[in-house]
Design a protein around this ligand. Sequence first.
Ligand code: GLU
Length: 544
Amino acid sequence: MDYQALADLLFPDVTEGREDVEARFPRRALPEGACVTRIGPSPTGFVHLGNLYNAIIGERLAHQSGGVFYLRVEDTDQKREVPGAVETVLDAMAYFGVRFDEGATAEGDNGAYGPYRQRQRKDIYHVFAKWLVEQGKAYPCFCTAEELDAVRAWQTAAKETTGYYGKYARCRDLPLETVRANLASGKPWVLRYRGETTDERIRVKDAIRGRLEMPRNNMDFVLLKSDGIPTYHFAHVVDDHLMQSTYIIRGEEWIASLPMHIELFRALGWPEPIYCHTATLVKMDGASKRKLSKRKDPELALSFYQQEGICQDAVWEFLLTLLNSNFEEWRIANPQTDYHDFPFTLEKMASSGALVDLEKLENISKEVICRMSADQVYDNWLSWCRLYQPQFAALLETYPDKTLAALNVGKGGKKPRKDLTGWKQACGFMSFYYDETFTVEEEMPPEVDEATRRAFFAGYLERYDHAADSAAWFAMVKELTGELGFAVKPKDYKKHPEDYRGSIVHTTNMLRIALTGHANAPDIWEVSHVLGEETVRARLGRYL
Ligand code: GLU
């Protein structure tokens, strides 16, 4: 077979050689040991938590080592593409503070190793495809879907390995004339790799899983689809070689196709990168774990965390606890340090299911927000509100001083309050500070009937001195509580419930509900000073 003639027939427009292309992607000038990493999201419109999980690994490896982290849009599957999906990925990554050094951006490409959208790299793939044909390592296949189905059915019935290989690879050695005639008649074709029939095994050292051993590829897998666009396998090898990725961080679902990738790196004579196959995200379902599902689990979508207003740092810290088993220990020892200073390593990564536990995320989120200054909380919360709750953003902008004072309530001291778990939740929790959003939905404690309420608030408003300090104010509350027949000490009421109508717990809960709408609210004296005397009097006056 004249492979050169076949190559020219299939790729008449390709005039460049592989050296010409390689010359356009010169070696990167990077310090010794620098890692080059990437994420390769497909623009399907769905960005999942796994994308961020893998992005964090790549970002940390690259930026800890003085390397490069880039974004490549893997848009070879046109059927799955959704308009605007690239922007969705970029927005999600920006929301979570993932910083790229190069790659696709909303404005176009940034960097010297582009294009960073695979469909725009078609002519690059064709140069290497043509070279493989010249070497006798690739050939055109004209089989139709129906023909392939028939072979598969036959193989299944005969209990043989299914696929296009060996004697089943009917187009392997078509005469040049047949190829020419098929092309002339416009028959669609794909380009296949010529696999070897072999029992050899391959060994790959995965940076997360250790040694992987599997049979060497023997399939004639597809390199170029009928529209000339490469498959993931071919694009991955060509791009990661030319863009010089040193680490391939991707989900474990790709392990099964690793033999094809290794085969291609070897056929093309290129060094293999280091593979890091990450654990699948799982959740508890009753007593057992299962894979997160796009259909059943909203928390798989990154947009869920954006919409819920879980702050960027909390999601990072949560994923870092999943990624590196020693992160939590490090956080306890370094409570104030930026998480970017945590020494992330691949050695500490688990290779089995990463457990997504929303309760844990909420706890981390509380801690993260609690560590922020009131100013930082204000800025972050406001940015989120501008995107997701513009009406609340307007409130924050109308009352910046009150909001900052409110955010400082319960902040100091040994045991600061941890009321906020996210920005959406903050809009609910903090709504009582603004007359525009204040409502009372919680029931008053049953110990206080309407007459008692009226008596309490009347006495309270009469004696209320907004200038009094917290101790003087509390003395007044106790006095009033006692006068109405409630125990000033909760334990007295517990011991002798028959002697009292209730305790100070009930009177202060009533006060808290009247002022904030909730029995579980921060310190009444502090809240009153954020609200101001007029508001306090107006809210309590409603009960007279
Ligand atoms: N486009 C692939 C995916 O979305 C990326 C895999 C890789 O990073 O190589 O799964």
